[in-house]
Ligand binder design. Structure first.
Ligand code: SF4
Length: 342
């Protein structure tokens, strides 16, 4: 049974100047499962809805549709239900500078969740827990770090404090929303290794949100690829990276540069010219959301593709993999014509 699962999550936002009948759909029909001891990477470009999914899973935001299941049970509504959920599901944010209150010490940041979720602890037990948490995230000497304010710590140390705070209520699920993207390159690997060690020690279910396919492949057991609010591909990490089935995943894998060889992807070999347009066009046609960038687009892509189950736990939302492909509608569309010379 999964620790945390989502079924058909939908989140819409009303934007100024946009009709109430046509809200911006940030998350559309997203289903996923997080299991104990497993890291799942959620990858995709900025604005694809990854962080919105994390906020919905953490119940920091309310979905407009769909269900969240914790240990197989639908999330309980109300304040008590939310508190129970927050004890089990913790989130580490991207920006360690903004996620800690500059007016409070590290001790305060760690003591607060202990008091909230474990009110039976006395002061000495809280002190012991705080020192234990700081040791777990390699912040020593613990008594000196506990007395420090966030501005006295480096970015990496602040993110370790944020991770320790998330662990304070002994959660079963950790949602890491781009936990290293704002850190110095030299310490990113240390933080990712720390998260991986904590996952193994506590049997945590981890959702790792990132742009970086290389670290996703290295640290995650499964990869989910998001594009404009939809999951477009999922499967075991190596399979998704080395043999991507969705044209958008191919684009992502081909875009990971190999510094040793120009024009080559570090993940897939020779970089593929897979884009027809760099900027997504307007939505609302009812067709595949990747249609205006896809080099393999065909007439039937004017209809929304289903999420098609593939071999050994894989799936792709693409008509290329639908069994009932009609030859009359699966011929590649002609390449876009170049604009006439002025
Ligand atoms: Fe490309 Fe069509 Fe597949 Fe969408 S459904 S990714 S447009 S081939």
């Amino acid at each position: 049974m999964s620790r945390l699962a989502a079924r058909g999550l939908v989140r819409e936002f009303r934007l100024p100047g946009r009709s109430r009948r046509h809200p911006l759909r940030a998350v559309s029909d997203v289903s996923l499962e997080l299991h104990a001891g497993e890291t799942v990477a959620l990858v995709g470009e900025s604005g694809s809805g990854k962080s919105t999914v994390a906020r919905l899973l953490a119940r920091l935001d309310t979905p407009d549709g769909g269900t969240i299941l914790l240990d197989g049970h639908p999330a309980t509504p109300g304040r008590r239900g939310r508190r129970h959920h927050h004890r089990q599901v913790q989130i580490v944010f991207q920006d360690p500078f903004a996620s800690l209150n500059p007016f409070h010490t590290v001790d305060h940041h760690l003591r607060r969740p202990l008091r909230l979720h474990h009110p039976t602890l006395d002061r000495a037990e809280e002190d012991e827990q705080i020192h234990h948490l700081l040791h777990r995230v390699n912040l020593v000497p613990a008594h000196r770090v506990a007395a420090a304010h966030p501005h006295e710590l480096s970015g990496g140390q602040r993110q370790r404090v944020a991770i320790a705070r998330a662990l304070a209520c002994r959660p079963g699920v950790l949602l890491a929303d781009e936990p290293v993207s704002m850190l110095d390159v030299s310490i990113r690997l240390e933080i990712l290794r720390l998260l991986d060690r904590l996952r193994a020690e506590d049997d945590l279910a981890v959702l790792y949100i990132t742009h970086d396919l290389a670290t996703a492949r290295h640290f995650a057991h499964r990869i989910l690829v998001m594009y404009r609010g939809e999951l477009v591909e999922s499967g075991p990490s190596d399979d998704v990276i080395l043999d991507p089935r969705h044209p958008y995943t191919r684009l992502l894998a081909a875009a990971a540069p190999d510094p040793r060889r120009r024009g080559t992807s570090a993940l897939t070999g020779p970089a593929l010219p897979v884009t027809r347009a760099e900027v997504p066009g307007p939505t609302g046609t009812g067709g595949c959301l990747f249609l205006d960038r896809c080099p393999q687009a065909m007439p039937r892509c004017q209809r929304r593709p289903p999420l098609v189950p593939l071999d050994t736990g894989r799936a792709a939302r693409c008509w290329l993999h639908a069994d009932d492909a009609d030859p009359a509608t699966t011929q590649p569309a002609p390449p876009p014509t170049a604009p006439p010379d002025p």
